[in-house]
Design a protein around this ligand. Structure first.
Ligand SMILES: *Cc1c(COP(=O)(O)O)cnc(C)c1O
Length: 382
């Protein structure tokens, strides 16, 4: 058995990030400044979008995107139940109501047929989440959006590298939201980004993210002299700091290298687990690029002698960190209490919620770490 604990989702931090953060500290410019601007420029180029606004999280990006498209009390927004809670919380923060949709059992992505079934006269938007980095069926989703005149906000927290039929994830809808949280494909500690081709949305988000103060208010203490600002909204404190961007500007150039490394690990897992009582992730669809953010095994608990939670305990006892992505939102107490969701509402998401386990998939893993994960899984399941 492994001697030290293998942390789930541990980021790979290299010397240039460390040097850049130290340089920021020495310069005294810690807050939003030139490094944030540089990171935005790099990111919009990487994703081929006209505008990019850096924020302090993807949750902030989702919230401000909801406000930018005008979500207000009484509006409904269609969200997969198989996602992280902030996808739906963002709708609530804007005053709207999240309407859950089931996922496809094999891809774990939002089911377009179920999306269409849940549209009402109050529906204003759809939030596809590219689950684990696998592109949603964007042809079907954009067709539905067009047919019912709905806006689309893509949750790309798993999907920095994802493409669908030659087009980059985050550029299908009005807005695309990204995360640089510590476990994500590239990291800034906490951090997020919104991309859009719509200048009005970009300006509005920039202002809303910094107290509602007029554009470029962060320059007010710069060497060009003090500038007055105007408060044009009651905004939020969602800006990214230069200390965070200092990490991001060195992580982003390695995004493809890290992606290739995760693919190698993914393929080793796929090969290693093919004869176990598990369902491995669906194979990658043609003409798409899978970001390989999560490697999720579904335990065949109907034929195994252990439950998923027992499996998690035994992995932890073997010093392997594991994750669960996710227990569906309609099974969470808040959403049951406030919106009346209950067990049985979304059978595919429940099937996954009961069986899913995420294994370590970080570019930081060395060959022996991957061996340790494989050995532990086999020891428990064989
Ligand atoms: C991580 C995550 C978020 C939130 O990202 P933060 O940057 O932590 O706010 C949103 N949606 C999904 C699907 C995520 O995995």
């Amino acid at each position: 058995m492994r001697k030290n604990f293998l942390v789930f989702g541990s980021p790979l931090i290299e010397q240039s990030e460390i040097d850049e953060v130290v340089a920021s500290l020495k310069s005294g410019w810690l807050g939003t400044g030139p490094k944030v601007h540089k990171f935005e420029e790099m990111f919009k180029e990487y994703r081929s979008s006209r505008f990019a606004v850096a924020l302090n999280s993807c949750t902030a990006a989702l919230h401000l995107s909801m406000l930018a498209i005008g979500i207000k009390p009484g509006d409904e927004v269609v969200v997969p139940t198989m996602t992280f809670t902030s996808t739906a919380n963002a709708v609530i923060h804007a005053g709207g109501r999240p309407v859950f949709v089931d996922c496809e059992k094999d891809t774990m992505n939002i089911d377009p047929e179920d999306v269409e079934r849940r549209i009402t006269s109050k529906t204003k938007a759809i939030v596809p989440v590219h689950f684990a980095g696998r592109a949603c069926n964007m042809n079907a989703i954009m067709d539905i959006a067009k047919k019912y005149n709905l806006k689309v906000i893509e949750d790309c927290a798993h999907a920095i590298e994802t493409e669908y039929h030659g087009k980059k994830a985050g550029t299908f809808g009005e807005l695309g939201c990204f995360s640089f949280y510590v476990t994500k494909n590239i990291v800034t500690g906490e951090g997020g980004m919104v991309i859009t081709d719509n200048e009005d949305y970009a300006n509005q988000i920039k202002i809303l993210g910094l107290h509602g103060m007029s554009k470029d208010a962060w320059k007010r203490f710069s060497d060009s002299g003090y500038k007055h600002y105007h408060v044009v909204y009651a905004g939020f404190k969602y800006n990214m700091m230069d200390l965070q961007a200092a990490i991001g500007i060195h992580q982003l150039p390695r995004v493809e290298k890290y992606w290739r490394r995760r693919q190698e690990i993914w393929n080793r897992y796929k090969e290693a687990f093919k004869n176990l009582l598990v369902f491995t992730p669906a194979s990658v669809e043609h003409e798409t690029r899978h970001a390989c953010h999560l490697y999720t095994l579904l335990l065949d608990i109907d034929n195994l002698k252990i439950t998923r939670d027992e499996f998690l305990d035994r992995m932890t006892k073997q010093n392997i960190g594991v994750g669960v992505h996710y227990i569906a939102l309609h099974l969470q107490p808040y959403y049951q209490k406030v919106f009346g969701y209950k067990v049985g509402d979304f059978p595919n998401a429940e099937f996954i919620s009961d069986r899913t386990v995420s294994l370590p998939l970080s570019p930081k893993l060395i060959h022996e770490d991957v061996d340790d994960v494989i050995d532990a899984v086999k020891r428990i399941l064989e």
